[in-house]
Design a protein around this ligand. Structure first.
Ligand SMILES: [Ca+2]
Ligand SMILES: [Ca+2]
Length: 248
């Protein structure tokens, strides 16, 4: 009952956010068309609007310095992510391995997902780090966070980090961006080892005010799935595409 009502309230908010996003794109286009004086705000708008370079690379500002950075996510799994920090001259630095920046230890699996979850123009990060138990009972995550941007370059920390329950009772193997419900806020799909030979596709839907939400059995029934290590559930591969346009 309560959830249904909050969804109805959320819909107009999403519509407003979409309108703002469109306005942002238009401002960006106006800025780049070269009128004097608008150069600085044009650059800021361009940095704010993340875009896709190919299917597995997102270009957008992750550290909040106003310059676009390059986030690559080979295979969409969240396990091999790299970031290249944007420089003043418009080029990008060398590839930094996200799991290394996060402080992954030997034997651990680090997964990450990047998107502007709350649609506020700043890219955010979801992180899970777990040492797989190697037995039927999954171990819980050492780190499982939502880190709203901007993030610190040295260790991808945020001043507003919040714990997420994604690794409390299962071992996250993949973290992916998904689009459930069709609103403006990127959702999460997790491939998890739930124990006893069961691999699950779990979901966390995002709310505008708080970012990725908690476990919700209705969402799991609607969007989740299960399988085995031999036949794992399918995972989304086009999450970024729903929320970001190709870089021109
Ligand atoms: Ca940046
Ligand atoms: Ca954000």
């Amino acid at each position: 009952m309560f959830r249904k009502r909050s969804r109805l309230i959320a819909a107009p908010v999403a519509a407003v956010a979409l309108t703002l996003t469109v306005a942002g794109y238009q401002a960006s286009a106006a800025g780049s068309s070269g009128s004097d004086g608008g150069e600085r705000s044009g650059a800021a708008a361009r940095a704010a609007a993340a875009c896709l370079s190919g299917t597995t690379t997102l270009v957008g500002d992750l550290d909040g310095d106003g310059r676009a950075d390059k986030i690559s996510n080979p295979g969409h799994t969240g396990t091999k992510m790299t970031v290249q920090w944007g420089k003043a001259d418009g080029t990008f630095g060398s590839k930094q391995t996200v799991s290394k920046l996060l402080g992954k230890r030997a034997g651990e699996v680090a997964t990450a997902a990047v998107a502007d979850f709350q649609n506020d123009g700043k890219l955010d990060l979801v992180v899970n780090i777990v040492k797989p138990s190697g037995v039927d009972d999954p171990s819980s995550a050492r780190v499982a966070d939502y880190r709203p941007g901007p993030l610190k370059r040295s260790n991808l920390s945020s001043t507003r980090t919040r714990h997420l329950d994604i690794g409390d009772s299962s071992e996250v193997k993949e973290l992916r961006i998904a689009n459930y419900g069709g609103d403006a806020y990127p959702d999460l799909a997790l491939l998890s080892n739930a124990g006893d030979g069961v691999w699950e596709r779990n979901v966390r839907l995002t709310k505008a005010a708080s970012g990725p939400g908690k476990y919700n059995s209705d969402d799991e029934r609607k969007y989740g799935a299960w399988g085995t290590p031999a036949e794992p559930p399918s995972m989304p591969t086009s999450g970024w595409k729903h929320f970001y346009k190709p870089c021109s």
